[in-house]
Ligand binder design. Structure first.
Ligand SMILES: *Cc1c(COP(=O)(O)O)cnc(C)c1O
Length: 357
């Protein structure tokens, strides 16, 4: 299945690369991109790497009207030995297909997606920043391109991969964030699309994010959509709590996105013999643990930040400060271990890393 050839058209000119210390998240893109087309009845065709360029889409393309689109996010790291490393990219390609299936889009061969990605990265290798904490962010996505205003799955799609050099998430060192517990808006409900990385989930979260930012909070803590009681996620990250030595994360209840970082954190904790439990956990329980002085740490997990320690929750105007607003010991240990494995500094006992040849 992966014998498909990937045609390469190299860019005639090279863009100027940004200074490493000025890199932000997702604003600058490399010289090339990968594209494949899908046509119903024919499958995926015309796999190609071309100069980075705008798309020409019909204004009636289904993606613009009904949001039939999915995406992924992962990173490539350039290590001191000159090797390019990907962290569990197979998990991302698997999840891409899961997301696609949820919104009636065709699957893309996972092996071929990886092959295309590796080829693209090799071509744009000199774009991978090398400074501590920097990486090449990878954004694979699929859009519905058929010009049709009827509400139906598109008969044509494009699968695209773009690359963006990103700066260190923690320029001034790893620091805890302040979180507003969201009691009005919800991110997803079981039976909806919360388990898929599809655009609409993020559009629907913007309003709450905006309100939180106005109040000086960097993210919102999402509660369940039925009772506004149980904790789901924090911003676009999964969330963990350490209470009396036990680490707890919300169980995948049908409305939570299954993060690769979440899965890796659980595996690491088990490996270290730290008790870790996936279960329903209410905000009331967190509140009570905090009152009793038993809430030791809280942190978010996701590809962008890896581990994001939480220093404060605001729940119904009450402020719960966690670990005196400082980064917890376990949060720091997880951050160091995961980033160590990703960059090749630490051993990789789980075979998570894929080296780009
Ligand atoms: C992508 C994402 C995550 C984190 O997933 P990772 O695979 O760890 O990057 C968590 N929650 C939401 C809503 C997401 O979109």
């Amino acid at each position: 299945m992966t014998t498909k050839t990937i045609h390469v058209e190299l860019s005639k000119s090279k863009k100027e690369k940004p200074n490493t210390d000025q890199l932000e998240f997702g604003r600058v893109f490399t010289d090339h991109m990968f594209i494949a087309d899908y046509v119903e009845g024919k499958g995926w065709t015309d796999h190609r790497i071309v100069p980075y360029q705008p798309l020409a889409l019909d204004p009636a393309a289904i993606v613009f009207h009904y949001g039939q689109t999915v995406f992924e996010g992962l990173k490539a790291y350039m290590s001191t030995d000159g090797k390019v490393r990907l962290f569990r990219p197979d998990e991302n390609m698997k999840r891409l297909n899961k997301s696609s299936d949820r919104i009636s889009m065709p699957p893309f061969n996972e092996e071929l997606a990886l092959k295309a990605l590796e080829k693209l990265i090799t071509i744009d290798k000199e774009w991978i920043p090398t400074a501590e904490g920097t990486s090449l962010y990878i954004r694979p996505f699929i859009v519905a391109t058929e010009p049709y205003l009827g509400v139906a799955p598109s008969k044509t799609y494009q699968f695209i991969i773009i690359l963006s050099p990103v700066g260190s998430y923690y320029k001034e060192g790893i620091h805890p964030v302040k979180i507003l517990v969201e009691n009005e808006y919800v991110r997803a409900v079981a039976g909806g699309t919360g388990t898929a990385k599809t655009a609409g989930n993020y559009a629907s979260g913007l309003k709450a994010q905006e309100v939180a930012a106005e109040k000086g909070y960097s993210q919102v803590l999402w509660l369940d959509g039925v009772e506004r009681k149980y904790i789901e996620e924090v911003g676009a990250m999964n969330v963990f709590f350490k209470i009396k030595g036990e680490v707890i994360t919300p169980v995948l209840s049908g409305s939570i996105l299954e993060g690769v970082t979440r899965k890796s954190v659980i595996q690491l904790l088990e490996h270290w013999d730290v008790p870790v439990t996936e279960r329903k956990i209410s905000m009331q329980e967190i509140y009570e643990a905090h009152q009793k002085g038993e809430l030791e740490e809280a942190f978010g997990t996701g590809t962008a930040a890896v581990i994001s320690p939480i220093g404060e929750f605001n729940w119904k105007d009450e402020k719960l400060v966690v670990n005196e607003g400082k980064t917890g010991e376990l949060s720091k240990k997880l951050y160091d271990e995961l980033t160590g494995i990703q960059t090749g500094k630490n051993e990789d006992p789980f075979d998570w890393v894929v080296e780009v040849e």
